[in-house]
Write a protein that binds this ligand. Structure first.
Ligand code: HEC
Length: 392
């Protein structure tokens, strides 16, 4: 596809993905909050377990929750499922457009593993399918009745998946596939378990029999998982902005650390919703972030003689300027990516801190190392930049 149109398609998909994702997570946050803020009704009503008054956008609202179900089903019942499905569909198409159509640039990385772009695509899709199958089987096993043990096991498996993917795919693609696997599990939880359980509740009510308790239990477990997975998956959605995370040699462990911080933060929201104050969770999450940032700081080795700008210029011209130029020669690159142009000495000097971040520390550039940059060249760039990036 023409690169210009591909970019607009990317824009349309990403925008839709963010919109639907916000709608999904928004309703999830709202209902979690609502459930925990329901109070006994002021005037008792048959079958009503709790009510909530709120004011928003110039209107007063009164919501009531029924202990089991209302005596008569209303004509219109809202289900809240298309937010989830649309988030998954737009996310998957976006994943395919960026990482599968552009597999050679974004999905595989010869510096990580020598696998073909087609094999990379197979690994990616197999990851999504297998993650759901394993997760679903574990939830239905006897472990489903031991939520804490199950959660610990899922965390270990998720971390192992991150480790495995960072051995096979480009680091950025590895991160996004962990996120896509979690997103697939969350959307499939809605499609395969939560909505069927709600349908069963409605059917049971219509037939005047008690609903299937086992279905209800599975739905509650999956809702709980979806609740805790939202914040980790949100980080992964924006992770491509942070080469300091996915570009680090311990990227899989950093992701595990960020997941713990995300789950802890969600737990704080949950406790707060239940009216239980917790003073240490948020500070602990913040401390965790600071500790991760400090522990993963790249070594700055300033020793040895500085590198000459003449050498730097040759390296940048050979390894970067095919894409990062006012007139890129790399096919499929109509304009310099993210506006990073490295043609003149001034431009190279002005971009020095960003070059250090992506080409020396995280080593996520050149993209997919398509231009075959060597470790010595990276070291030389690092020396030059850490010596103050002089133009002589
Ligand atoms: C094959 C094309 C290609 C080559 C070669 C390449 N880049 Fe990039 N570069 C990209 C793309 C594409 C992006 C945008 C990535 C994204 O969408 O996040 C990018 C982004 C960047 C950014 C911005 C990162 C950010 O998040 O702020 C910097 C800085 C950068 N490249 C530096 C370099 C340097 C230095 C080299 C040479 C060592 C290089 N690139 C080689 C394609 C390339």
């Amino acid at each position: 596809m023409e690169a210009h149109l591909a970019q607009w398609l990317n824009l349309a998909l990403r925008w839709s993905h963010v919109i639907t994702g916000i709608a999904w997570i928004g309703t999830s946050f709202y209902f979690n909050w609502l459930n925990s803020r329901l109070a006994p009704p002021e005037r008792s009503e048959p079958g009503v377990a709790g009510e909530l008054w709120s004011v928003h956008g110039g209107g007063f609202y009164r919501v009531v929750k029924y202990a089991v179900a209302p005596a008569h089903l209303p004509r219109t019942l809202h289900w809240f499922k298309w937010e989830a499905y649309a988030t998954w569909i737009t996310g998957f198409v976006l994943l395919a457009l960026i990482y599968y159509v552009g597999a050679a640039s974004f999905l595989v990385d010869p510096g990580t593993a020598r696998i073909s772009p087609a094999a990379g695509v197979a690994v990616g899709i197999a990851t999504l399918v297998a993650s759901w199958l394993v997760y679903d089987a574990l939830c239905r096993s006897p472990l489903g009745a031991r939520p804490l043990i199950l959660a610990s096991l899922l965390f270990v498996l998720g971390t192992a998946l991150a480790w495995g993917l960072t051995r096979l795919l480009s680091p950025r693609a590895a991160y996004i596939h962990v996120g896509a696997a979690i997103g697939t599990i969350m959307a499939a939880n809605v499609l395969m378990v939560i909505i069927p359980s709600q349908k069963e509740m409605v059917a049971a009510m219509a037939q005047g029999r008690p609903p299937d308790a086992e279905l209800g239990k599975q739905a509650a477990l999956r809702s709980l998982h979806n609740n805790y997975l939202t914040l980790p998956v949100l980080f992964i959605m924006v992770s491509s902005h942070y080469p300091a995370t996915y570009g680090h040699p311990l990227n899989w462990a950093i992701l595990a650390g960020l997941a713990v911080i995300g789950v802890g933060t969600r737990h704080w929201f949950n406790l707060r919703n239940q009216g239980r104050r917790n003073a240490w969770l948020l500070p602990a999450a913040a401390l965790g972030l600071v500790a991760l940032a400090l522990a993963t700081r790249p070594r700055s080795d300033t020793g040895g003689a500085g590198a000459s700008f003449a050498d730097v210029r040759v390296i940048v011209a050979r390894r970067c300027a095919g894409c990062h130029s006012s007139a890129p020669t790399q096919p499929g690159t109509p304009v310099a990516p993210l506006g990073v142009v490295l043609d003149t000495p001034d431009q190279i000097q002005a971009s020095a801190p960003r070059i250090l971040a992506v080409a020396v520390d995280a080593q996520t550039m050149p993209l997919g190392n398509l231009t075959g940059m060597t470790p010595d060249e990276r070291a030389l760039l690092g020396k030059w930049i850490r010596a103050g990036a002089p133009l002589k």
